[in-house]
Design a protein around this ligand. Sequence first.
Ligand SMILES: *Cc1c(COP(=O)(O)O)cnc(C)c1O
Length: 240
Amino acid sequence: MPDRLSPEDQIALNWNACLHDVHESCALAGRPLDAVRIVGVAKYVDESLTAALIRAGCRDVGESRPQSLWSKAETLAEVDCRWHLVGHLQRNKLRRTLPLLSLLHSVDSRRLLRALDAETERTGQTIDVLLEVNISGDKAKTGFDVGDVVAAVEAALPLQRVRVRGLMGMASREGGSTQARRDFAALRQLRDRLAEQFANQISLDELSMGMSKDFAAAIAEGATIIRVGSRLFEGVPGIS
Ligand SMILES: *Cc1c(COP(=O)(O)O)cnc(C)c1O
């Protein structure tokens, strides 16, 4: 018996354990087991371990840097998965990024909305996006301030090819699981208010919230997408 699993087997084990925990959280919350989509955030690993994660069953793969997404989506072009960008997208990287994306989680300014509109008008592509909200109010974090989200939705309504599907957010760094749960509840309540206010124009079904350490709280508060990174690569040599 080898005393250590191969990186591929370790990743498959981690994926299955994560899926199990997600199902358990769904059951505890009285939600269907398939109510939550797991985006495997592969920013910690190279192409070959990203491919291992996909083979283990992860069909939604996220990156936080556009350049990493470009190179992986290119190398793994034949592999069946959907690509998600969860980090900031600079406007000069739109052209190369948009054709690869299934969902952009991180629309954080009205300037980016305008640039997305211009680029999709040019190409004819339709893009699904989430508005990133700075729920914790931490100045170091990206995302719309809570008070600016209504205006952002209003700015997005007339855009023909940019479809806002919901909100994305991160819990405060401080305050542990109690604060995380409060932050997630606040994001869900904001989404519910917007969904009511704009009920005739837009459906805001998606809530992308929860990461490795706090996804149980996010699922309890209504997350439809969680973004899990480090948890999937625990125990893989060379990954912290
Ligand atoms: C890295 C990252 C994640 C994954 O975080 P983990 O704690 O590693 O699970 C999720 N969302 C965003 C925006 C990230 O940058």
